[in-house]
Design a protein around this ligand. Structure first.
Ligand SMILES: Cc1ncc(COP(=O)(O)O)c(C=O)c1O
Length: 431
């Protein structure tokens, strides 16, 4: 090997040879190491990481508290399998999550490995509790890549492809999108019509919703909509599941997205930033619902792995010590304001949206319909990378650039990212 550049090319060629095309790399890079909000590729080039492993690194890469906690756990036991015997970090984490989500009301938590697994199990628990089978999810929603996760997901490409037949008794209803003129009232009317024409409310086990759609385009459900959903689900004995896998752990300016609406969900799914980069997920919910499945009905060999639980406990402590939730709101405001300034100069940024530090821009064509511009979005992502900023896209039409920078990002790094974007936009739109 002559140089590190040769090494990157060599590795990417091997990647193409030995890894299927079905799993993509958003960026043609080979990562070497990372710290905080920065990472370096094998060529030694530094990038601002405003992807954070897709919302996994809210606490930043390699936070010293997480490293220390995992090292400590590593010297005791790495894996025991909770179904064989209990261990302290699992029990402690279940207690902390129950208190974080439920406050004074009795809650319980069960731990898994991936987000999709948490979603699957939330549905199992809701079905066991209600003895009903139907589930309502939202168009544009994303809930994972397992068969049920894919079925619940409300985006056809690339997630559904020809992977069917899908799980039965899953219904989709539109999610509010104020930028596109689809109001809360319109979404509620569509849901009521679904209940009148497709499936009666007393057959519905659960409604599952992201408080801010992640992959669907960083669209926030209006407070009135979430409140109306809570009322409707209470009226009909339907379990309300909030999928907080991307919105959780301080991303939206509160610990959980549902807290903006002042509602209390029945079940909450958590994953991603829960364990600072270690694979861990969970379902947290009202104790009597969580206890519905019979003994043996829930679990998984690696679920609640001891190392991941130790990491999660360190993550939760660090949030309190470093006031990361409050910090996220401050950073989100700064990034949003900077993007609004860019929008004033580049009208192809059709919308700037931010819920806390869950920030995105929607790129549009220069037509009266504000048509989604997926090509411009991809160009901007590529040009941002050239400038040293990593971001990814989302949205049903893939024309939304999303920012999931760690909550430990500095003001200087936000300003640097805005400058890089400015340069990228100028190269694409003015050059
Ligand atoms: C809201 C939401 N639910 C579920 C998932 C699936 O999580 P995982 O990829 O860990 O299975 C994701 C992943 O992006 C997500 O954003």
């Amino acid at each position: 090997m002559n140089s590190k550049v040769d090494e990157a090319h060599h590795l990417l060629r091997q990647r193409d040879q030995f890894v299927p095309r079905g799993i993509v790399n958003a960026h043609p890079l080979v990562i070497d190491r990372a710290q905080g909000s920065e990472l370096w590729d094998v060529d030694g080039k530094r990038y601002l990481d405003f992807v954070g492993g897709i919302g996994v690194l809210n606490i930043g890469h390699n936070h010293p508290n997480v490293v220390k906690a995992v090292q400590g756990q590593l010297s005791k036991i790495t894996h025991a399998c909770f179904q064989v015997a209990a261990y302290q970090p699992y029990i402690e984490l279940a207690k902390r999550l129950s208190q974080m989500v439920g406050g004074e009301v009795a809650h319980k938590a069960v731990l898994f490995t991936s987000g999709a697994e948490a979603v699957e199990n939330a549905i199992k628990i809701a079905r066991a509790h209600t003895n009903r089978s139907a589930v309502i999810a939202f168009r544009g929603g994303f809930h994972g890549r397992t068969l049920l996760g894919t079925t619940l997901t409300g985006m056809s490409q690339p997630y559904k492809q020809n992977f069917g037949p899908f799980a039965p008794e899953i219904f989709h209803t539109p999610y509010p999108n104020e930028y596109r003129g689809f109001s809360s009232d319109m979404a509620l009317a569509a849901l009521n019509e679904l209940l009148a024409t497709q499936v009666a409310a007393d057959r519905v086990a659960a409604i599952i919703i992201e408080p801010v759609q992640g992959d669907g385009g960083f669209l926030a459900a209006p407070v009135a909509f979430l409140k109306a959903l809570r009322k409707l689900t209470e009226q009909h004995g339907i379990v309300l599941i909030l999928d907080e896998i991307q919105t959780g752990f301080g991303r939206t300016g509160k610990m959980f997205g549902f807290q903006h609406a002042g509602i209390q969900p029945d079940l909450v799914t958590v994953a991603k930033s829960l364990a600072g980069g270690f694979p861990l997920s969970g379902v947290v919910g009202r104790a009597e619902i969580m206890d519905a499945p019979l003994p043996g009905g829930l679990g998984g060999t690696y679920g609640g792995n001891a190392l991941a639980c130790a990491a999660a406990l360190a993550v939760i402590d660090t949030y309190a010590e470093e006031k990361l939730v409050e910090r996220g709101q401050v950073l989100g405001d700064r990034l949003r304001d900077g993007l609004l300034r860019l929008q004033a100069r580049y009208p192809r940024i059709g919308d700037v949206r931010a819920t806390g530090f869950m920030v995105a821009i929607e790129l549009i064509k220069a037509d009266a319909e504000r048509s989604p511009d997926a090509d411009l979005t991809q160009q901007l992502i590529d040009q941002a990378r050239v400038g040293g900023l990593l971001v990814i896209k989302c949205g049903v039409y893939r024309n939304v650039m999303r920012f999931l920078a760690p909550l430990v990002t500095t003001e200087a790094q936000i300003d640097e990212a805005l400058e890089i974007l400015d340069g990228a936009l100028a190269r694409i739109l003015i050059a």
